[in-house]
Design a protein around this ligand. Structure first.
Ligand code: P61
Length: 458
């Protein structure tokens, strides 16, 4: 086995507070782990977003950042890096992924139009709906089954896609491939599927974009799992993936290894010209887009580091190490293991808790109580309510995600996490569900408060 391709220069202390303190913190914060102070969290697996450890080169880049309001040299650095790696000539920086979603959907989506994709992430869906559009998931059925072994569960069902587009291409604002597919367990999309989706989109003259938050991890899976790509470099695979796209939107907080940042990158100058003024309004001048020069610099360096093969190999193997530990002790998890996180099937582990009482959230809360681990619910709570009926959406997948920040934790941390989950699973039958004490109106999981409900009581 190979060691991680880095050594540690700077450390950040962590500490496990007592169980009674953890219980108190939960009660004080309405059982919402987003509301906890990070000093009360021992192992933080809430997200892999913005939580990466930056490299010495990125930190050196921070000092080189050009803070000019207009024409920053650091903007040139990110724009040329995007063009070199992804091939898109027009880059608009944004402060993070959802900033880009705001700008993009403001221009692309007309009321009532559809945005078709494999499985839209929650901020993506929220922004499409905010622009009065409709977000439709067209992922293959296998994605909804945590047990089925399929190498590319993030694939779009091309029959479903064709059918929806054929009904009226004018009603489609654009097609979005999210790679990897976060809500389906960090599952990749194959090159074959990307190519097929491209053909369908072009046939109907519909814009095709990629949500590239985890595009490098997706490219790694193509290399490892798709026939014909084993000997290609990640760079070449990325180039090919992007060659089928009209552009991409990226939260750089994931595969570009930065704590803040993002961008929209495009082939078409006209579309760029439509987006740039809105970007000025919402994010900032097109050469900074809500970021400081140092952020742009770190993002450019991180984008290159994120596609290094040795790094990706270590990264994905680390995630799979945790997956294997949990699988070996019989925890029901999404398989095959995804790119940035391991997802536990909350519905299956806690079948006595109905979806409306948030089984996967209950699992997150118990894992915090047991061992100070902070995971996140990707299920009924996250899915929110149907905008028309007001009812809970209750998606087929109801999962607890243990996201692994990049270059942050060691094997021992993951051993500890597996031990805690094992203890929680042993007492799964006693675990209670939750109900709202306060339900926040938008992206409700962030600010809502809950109380425990004993499901067994009549
Ligand atoms: C995450 F609990 N993801 O997975 P921004 N596209 C995709 C994402 O995964 C994504 C964004 C766009 C997060 C952060 C997060 O309810 C939550 O830079 C595929 O975060 O704005 C973000 O990028 C948005 C966690 C976001 C959440 C929303 O952990």
């Amino acid at each position: 086995m190979e060691c991680p391709p880095f050594k540690i220069k700077s450390v950040e202390p962590i500490r496990l507070i007592s169980r009674s303190e953890r219980e108190n913190r939960l009660k004080e914060n309405g059982f919402n782990l987003f509301l906890l102070s990070s000093k009360d969290v021992y192992i933080d697996m809430l997200t892999d977003s913005g939580t990466s450890a930056m490299s010495n080169r990125q930190w050196a880049g921070i000092m080189l950042g050009d803070e000019s309001y207009a024409g920053s040299v650091s903007f040139d650095h990110i724009a040329t890096t995007v063009q070199e790696i992804m091939g898109f000539p027009y880059t608009l920086p944004v402060h993070q992924g959802r900033g880009g979603e705001h700008v993009l959907n403001n221009i692309l989506v007309k009321p009532g139009q559809y945005v078709l994709g494999n499985m839209h992430f929650d901020t993506t869906k929220a922004h499409i709906e905010y622009a009065k559009g409709r977000a439709v998931d067209c992922v293959i059925d296998e994605a909804y089954d945590t047990e089925i072994d399929h190498p590319f569960k993030g694939n779009i069902d091309t029959n479903k896609l064709s059918e929806l587009i054929s009904k009226g291409p004018d009603r489609i604002a654009y097609v979005l491939i999210t790679a990897t597919c976060n809500n389906a367990g960090g599952q990749p999309v194959s090159m074959e599927n990307i190519r097929d989706v491209h053909k369908i989109a072009k046939k109907h003259d519909v814009l095709l974009l990629m949500d590239a938050a985890r595009y490098a991890e997706n490219a790694y899976f193509i290399k490892k799992r798709e026939p014909g790509y084993g000997n290609k470099s990640i760079r070449d695979i990325v180039k090919e993936m992007m060659s089928y796209m009209d552009g991409c939107i990226m939260s750089a907080k994931k595969d570009a290894l930065v704590n803040i940042g993002g961008f929209i990158a495009l082939n078409d100058k006209d579309l760029y010209s439509k987006l740039a003024p809105v970007n000025i309004l919402m994010e900032g001048f097109p050469t900074y887009g809500g970021l400081s020069g140092r952020d742009l610099e770190a993002m450019a360096i991180g984008l290159s580091e994120g596609i290094e093969e040795r790094y990706l190999d270590y990264r994905i193997k680390q995630v799979h190490y945790l997956g294997q530990l949990l699988d070996d002790i019989g925890i029901p998890i999404m398989k095959p293991f995804g790119g940035h996180a391991i997802y536990i099937n909350g519905k299956k582990l806690l079948p006595h808790i109905p979806p409306e009482n948030f089984p996967s959230l209950a699992l997150c809360i118990e894992s915090y109580l047991e061992g100070g681990i902070r995971g996140v619910e990707i299920g009924t709570l996250l899915a929110g309510r149907d905008p028309e009926t007001g009812k809970n959406v209750c998606p087929k997948l109801d999962l607890m995600r243990l996201a692994i920040p990049r270059r942050v934790y060691m094997q021992e941390h993951l051993d500890y996490v597996a031990g805690v989950i094992k203890t929680v699973a042993k007492r799964s039958e006693e675990i209670q569900g939750l109900e709202f004490e306060y339900e926040s109106p938008i992206l409700r999981h962030f600010l809502s408060r809950f109380r425990r409900v004993d499901i067994s009581e009549p």
